[in-house]
Design a protein around this ligand. Sequence first.
Ligand code: 5AD
Ligand code: SF4
Length: 542
Amino acid sequence: MYCLCAVGSGVIYFIIPKGSLEKPMRVMLGVFLLSVLITPVFKNQIGDLSSVLGLFDENSVQPPPDGILSHYEENIKATVAGLLDKNGLECKKVEIFMDIDGDNYIYIKRIVLMLANEKDSENIAGFLEQIGYQATKDYGEADLIILNSCAVRKSAEDKVLGEIGALKKYKRNKPELIIALCGCMAQEEAMVNLVINKYRHVDLIFGTHNINRLPWLLKRCYKEKSRVVEVYSTKAEVIEGLPDIKMNKHKAWINIAYGCDKFCSYCIVPFTRGKQRSRYKEFILKEIDDCKSQSYKELTLLGQNVNSYGKDLYENYGFADLLAAAAESQIPRLRFVTSHPWDFNQEMIDVMKRYDNIMPYLHLPLQSGDDEILKKMGRRYSQEDYLSLFDRLKTALPNLSFSTDIIVGFPGEEEKQFLNTIKVVEYCRFDNIFSFIYSPRVGTPAALLADEVSLSVKKQRLKYLNDTFKPLALANAQKYQDQEVEVLVDGPSKTKPEIYSGYSPANKVVNFSSENPLKPGDLVKVRVDKVKTFTLEGKEVF
Ligand code: 5AD
Ligand code: SF4
């Protein structure tokens, strides 16, 4: 019988016939075997195993609360079995030494502005539900409140800090309440110091790289009754098999890569989320298959820069291959976000053209239409490059609908440079623009640049940009008037329960009436009778 045990600190596992050697010898041999067998196979994803197995480190701070064991046991078995299998070994038995006790509390509040955080929230919810927490929307009822923060712009951080301040009264009413801060803000040293010193009612701070440690961290909070801060600097690893409570039952996000290598000069993401780490395609395709078998209707492949998927992992497998493989799953609707123009190649366009289930919608951040500003931003393309890609996409896919991100008021942006952005907007006639006033982020290169543009000028530019694009977007949308569009139903509209709401293939919100009771995930046909800038209205047709 083969035996696999967790011993000591760190990750020391061994695969030795039980009873054949003294324990120290078995440990040493085990370490040797593992390093020889596993390291070359898993390259940077050694973290898959080490992180999962690390949870069972006997010397780690606390054992996990009740309920989490079975998940990890299964997780470890599956991971280890996969590794052994790859190396021609067989795993007959997994022994895990655990010591469990547990409590049930209630969670969660999230402040999420970035999709990566949204996905993290699903994993956090997965952990918490596994250890017996239930969701509540009521702060007063909660025993644990987690703020999952975004740091991409100062406005997001201010919102989170305001929220933390507002939680003080709940702590006063219920001293045993645990308040936790996680997400990108927790990866910023200055922010952690600020929270530690100024917001003393925050009990737990953890970062984007150690979500898998949440059960232990919580346990420490409860047991030690003191503040716990655990933030890792950027670690090059991918953790597979985290529990995952997907927010919807009909559409889901699938992470294909974490972090970003592009280091645009204004952007904090590479610092808070680390360098790009692609997931192995097998894990992604398995997750897609699982979603398909659970009747999900729409999947969105998620990464800070999906187009560079695989560059850190494979020589001959990139985003075009992954997108094609995902489309082959026959999932009814497939989307991906976010694209970087620099990494967008012809192969990807060809795949988009080949598969009908890849939705005709593309979010293609421009950031600026001026070559000098683009250079200062470190975007690696010129206005001409962007427009040439746009034209190639439009020629290949005439129905493709576009949205973009634009930053106004980058340090030193002159009027004529801003007007170059406007030229691109007028040419591309985007269906939607997410526009932002430049916000200096401590630690990014752009934050060191002199910025002579006043806030009032930045605000005027933002308004001018929005005033320019909205009529163009409305004119674009007229093509839907009196047409039938397919809608994936999300449910009753938030403001009018008698009206249903969902998304068209081109990602337009469609509000419509129906004589039938519909449920989230239904795909229906709607005839459009009214066109607005960002929404369509109509009636279901049969
Ligand atoms: N200031 C303003 N906007 C920013 N973004 C990223 N960093 C900043 C910043 N420092 C915007 C970019 C990006 C989007 C997610 O947020 O447009 O594409
Ligand atoms: Fe930030 Fe640039 Fe990476 Fe996007 S591509 S996440 S803007 S560094």
